[in-house]
Design a protein around this ligand. Structure first.
Ligand code: HEM
Length: 402
């Protein structure tokens, strides 16, 4: 792919990520240089694209020169900002970010959520037992969509009846199953989630329970409670963050196992540990293709001058296949070590739900090993339309019982 070809690629367009040659595309971006200027198109501003591992890592680490408050995904960065800036963890910098993160980490520490991880294993085992040996089914709909939404909803103590609505809104907020979702429908979905939590937070302030929403609603920082909008925005972030990436990682993992029989065999015969397999599944699927920042000052990255205010995007989906960090990156190797992938980010904004996300994938891999003898893909998988989320909204498969 020539430099001219790369200049024509529109990374803001969800259709770009339907291509079959994405690995080759990113290989060409990495070979071309450390920072690629994505030209403005119409009224869409230009932005920097960092495809290499070392540079993405450096920017993730450097919250002093790179702010999250102007948005962290292309949708908000290109729109000129995020209405949750300074309130929601993901789009808050500095001291307030550390304060809110400390409050939220209390609810997501391995010790606190050990009961939840036990429940995750039970639910996963039950779902896999139902589908193993029962003919063809859609893994994305039947299993992928059931696990993470119910896990995060259990932690937040959300009524079972509300969960399908939240799943539907999550699926429209930053991506689309069909490619026909309009920007207005996405905004409406995001607003529906916010309105839902505005009511719920008010109710939990009055009548707290033993759940993450109540914990946030009653948390204090230096003696002062979190503001109502801070609680609502962070609930929004938990329901989306808790569902979306884990959901598509699960489906992508099953597709990868079906396509790599030697690796599936290694999982089955126990020659690779589930923990290592979980990391390779995260690297291979890399659900969050990019995150981004706005340069807070003039700054140089890999010898390239970036001006204050510029949008800088870090492409995890390329960094995780960078040949300078991962030998033979396009091989799916469950026992890969070291495996310092960026699927969960890095630095101060490192994923709050990393422990939970890993527990969900480990439960899936462990239950597949225990209950499934073989995986066959029985129809064409359907890719999600998004410039942010990579994965599949449909994966027809058959599981042979073990
Ligand atoms: C942050 C990916 C699961 C909640 C992040 C970031 C990444 C990521 C790459 C860094 C964003 C940045 O630097 O701007 C993933 C993946 C997951 C996953 C791949 C599953 C496979 C979860 C779960 C939750 C969650 C289960 C909820 C419990 C969050 C939150 C942040 C975050 C709140 C913001 C942290 C901060 O700004 O300090 N995630 N995530 N994620 N994630 Fe996850």
């Amino acid at each position: 792919m020539s430099g001219a070809d790369l200049d024509l690629i529109d990374l803001t367009d969800p259709h770009t990520f339907q291509r079959d040659d994405l690995h080759a595309m990113w290989r060409a971006f990495r070979a071309r240089g450390p920072a690629h200027w994505h030209h403005p198109r119409g009224d869409v501003p230009g932005f920097w694209v960092l495809p290499r591992y070392a540079d993405a890592l450096a920017v993730y680490r450097d919250a002093e020169h790179f702010s999250s408050e102007g948005g962290t995904v292309l949708t908000t960065l290109l729109a000129g900002g995020d209405s949750a800036a300074g309130k929601m963890l993901e789009v808050t910098d500095g001291v307030r970010h550390r304060e809110i993160k400390a409050v939220m980490q209390r609810s997501f520490s391995p010790r606190v959520i050990s009961r939840t991880t036990e429940r995750v294993r039970e639910r996963t085992r039950q779902l896999i037992a139902e589908v193993a040996g029962a003919g063809a089914f859609d893994f994305a709909a039947r299993v992928g969509e059931e696990l993470p939404i119910n896990t995060i909803a259990d932690l937040m103590d959300l009524p079972t009846a509300d969960r399908p609505m939240l799943l539907r809104c999550n699926k429209l907020a930053l991506s689309s199953d069909t490619g026909t979702t309009t920007p207005l429908e996405s905004i409406a979905a995001r607003n529906e989630i916010l309105l839902y939590f505005a009511d719920l937070v008010a109710a939990r302030r009055r009548d707290p329970g033993d759940d993450v929403v109540s914990a946030l609603a009653h948390a204090t920082v230096n003696g002062a409670p979190l503001r109502e909008d801070e609680v609502v925005y962070n609930c929004y972030s938990l329901i989306i963050g808790g569902d979306e990436s884990s959901r598509v990682a699960a489906t992508g993992t099953v597709l990868a196992l079906a396509g790599h029989r030697d690796q599936w065999q290694a999982l089955l015969d126990g020659s690779v540990a589930v923990e290592a397999a979980t990391e390779e599944a995260l690297r291979w699927t890399t659900p969050a293709m990019h995150f981004g920042r706005r340069a807070a000052t003039d700054v140089t990255v890999a010898g390239v001058d970036i001006s204050a205010g510029d949008i800088v995007t870090l492409w995890n989906t390329s960094a995780n296949f960078d040949e300078t960090e991962f030998p033979e990156p396009e091989l799916f190797r469950l026992g890969r070590r070291p495996n310092r992938h960026l699927a969960l980010g890095h630095g101060p904004h490192f994923c709050l739900g990393a422990f939970l996300g890993r527990a969900e994938l480990s439960a899936l891999l462990g239950c597949l090993r225990e209950l499934v003898g073989g995986i066959e893909v029985t129809g064409p998988p359907r890719r999600i339309y998004s410039n942010f989320l990579f994965g599949y909204s449909s994966l027809p498969v058959e599981f042979r019982a073990r």
